[in-house]
Design a protein around this ligand. Structure first.
Ligand code: BG6
Length: 471
């Protein structure tokens, strides 16, 4: 067995003073109480009510880990596993349940209590405003395809800044905004399960406009804090250095990274991406003021979620004429034969990519302040790693974190402006259609035993990591 006991005196990787150590989660994935205290359904609550079989073991959103009632105990556990910061999200469908602007006071009380409890325990609260959880009343108006929904979101954001901006200093408009586009409008994975690139492009554009308008109101209100967005950056690597493969990777990067990264940091879409869409008549409808609002409202801070790279190669054969457009018409996926894999989730593990991302931000995005806002290892069937003392002995997760942090450390040494590292996630939580299939937490949540929380070996190690500010 590996010995992960750390000696304060013997650190190989030291991190900068005040580095953020913590984790990320989201309201819909942890709170539970999905139908109570005034909360109304979001698209996942609704989707579960009509198609429970689409969720792993038919476990729906009302079963999430009951943070709504156990937040005090959970915040104590956060402290125990070394958190100095923690990100969650405010559920729109809890705060403004009917979408009419009217605030639910029970929600205000709940988020106030959570924020105050975090601060009282020296844990900096980071608040995100949208983690895939479109209120159903907004989806009925067209979701992100509708301009009315953009305006309602901006009102929701403003309400959050006014209510909580005196204490929350780090705000994020969206988590992984490309995921609802992919899952809901391209690949038939999540509600509303539309498969239509052009509508997906409209969703993406409207999301970026909503983001920029939220940044605008944040600045107008003069909230004393920073505002940003959390993007899942999945860099594209070509199979080979052949021009065709390199070009394929470049195009994949335009669609899956730069589509969001460029407008929020540089204030404009990549010209090449616009060219590709224009040629195929796939450009979304753009209102006259949209581009200006995007240009004028750039982020202060970026959150980078990194799990695995994307590998691509040049297309081997063209799509049949007339097939509805998909980004994969322009490149083929590639599986690297000697890749390292997480056997419990099936995802590639490639730690040095985190360093490439850091260098890309340093060199091509003005070295803006950022942090690793999610990184983590999902494990299916994790109960099998429980030891005789009754806790999960997840050495694989400790090693996963260490190996990534070595590259973060190297990037920092080369001038990257990285402010912290947040693991996905604090405690095992519900994850959309995958429900509780893949466990990511530093703390186990026992579904069979009253949602009992038990700190895993990684949680004990994380505490030392944070206390030593290195390993
Ligand atoms: C992240 C999302 O990308 O992946 C989370 O921000 C999600 O919301 C996590 O829970 C893990 O996903 P999965 O499918 O492995 O459970």
């Amino acid at each position: 067995m590996l010995d992960h006991t750390l000696k304060n005196t013997n650190l190989t990787y030291r991190f900068p003073k005040n580095f953020w150590w913590g984790s990320a989660a989201s309201g819909p994935q942890t709170e539970g109480a999905a139908q109570s205290d005034g909360k109304k359904p979001n698209i996942y609550d609704y989707w579960y009510s009509i198609e429970p079989e689409s969720f792993h073991n038919k476990v729906g959103p009302e079963h999430t880990s009951d943070f709504y009632h156990r937040y005090k105990q959970d915040i104590q556990l956060m402290k125990e596993v070394g958190h100095n910061s923690f990100r969650t999200s405010i559920q729109w469908s809890r705060l403004i349940p009917k979408g009419d602007g009217k605030v639910n006071l029970q929600a205000v009380n709940f988020y106030n209590r959570v924020i105050d409890e975090l601060i009282a325990n020296d844990i900096e609260p980071f608040m995100n405003l949208y983690h895939f959880d479109m209120p159903m009343c907004m989806q009925e108006k067209g979701g992100w395809e509708s301009r009315e929904v953009i305006n309602a979101y901006v009102k929701f954001a403003e309400t959050c800044f006014r209510l909580f901006g005196d204490r929350v200093k780090y705000w994020f408009t969206f988590n992984e905004p490309i995921v609802p586009v992919e899952a809901g409008y391209l690949y038939n994975l999540h509600y509303p399960k539309i498969v239509d690139f052009k509508r997906g492009a409209q969703v993406a554009h409207n999301t970026i406009v909503a983001h920029a308008k939220a940044v605008e109101i944040f600045k107008k209100l003069n909230v004393k804090g920073k505002i940003g967005i959390i993007l899942n950056l999945t860099p594209s690597y070509p199979r080979s250095e052949n021009l065709e493969d390199v070009q394929a990777a470049h195009v994949a990067d335009l669609f899956f990274n730069r589509s969001f990264l460029d407008p929020v940091t540089k204030g404009e879409y990549p010209k090449e991406l616009i060219g590709i869409l224009k040629e195929r008549e796939l450009l979304p409808a753009v209102e006259p003021e949209d581009l200006q609002v995007i240009r004028q409202n750039r982020i202060d801070i970026l959150g980078v979620n990194y799990y695995q790279p994307r590998r691509v190669k040049a297309k081997t054969k063209p799509e049949p004429a007339g097939a509805p457009f998909m980004p994969e018409h322009l490149f083929d996926p590639y599986i690297k034969p000697d890749r390292k894999i997480n056997p419990h989730r099936g995802w590639e593990i490639c730690e040095e990519v985190i360093y490439d991302i850091m260098m890309d931000i340093r060199d091509n995005y003005g070295n803006i302040p950022f942090f690793i806002s999610e990184n983590g290892m999902g494990v299916e069937g994790e109960e099998k790693f429980r030891n005789s003392e009754g806790f999960i002995e997840d050495d694989y997760r400790i090693e996963f974190i260490q190996e990534h942090l070595k590259w973060v450390h190297k990037g920092l040494g080369e001038g990257a402006n990285c402010l912290g590292y947040h693991l996905w996630t604090f405690m095992d939580n519900w994850s959309w259609a995958n429900a509780y299939k893949n466990r990511y937490g530093l703390v186990e949540v026992d579904l069979k035993n009253d949602l009992n929380r038990t700190i895993k070996k990684s949680g004990r190690w994380y505490k030392q990591l944070s206390a030593n500010n290195g390993f």
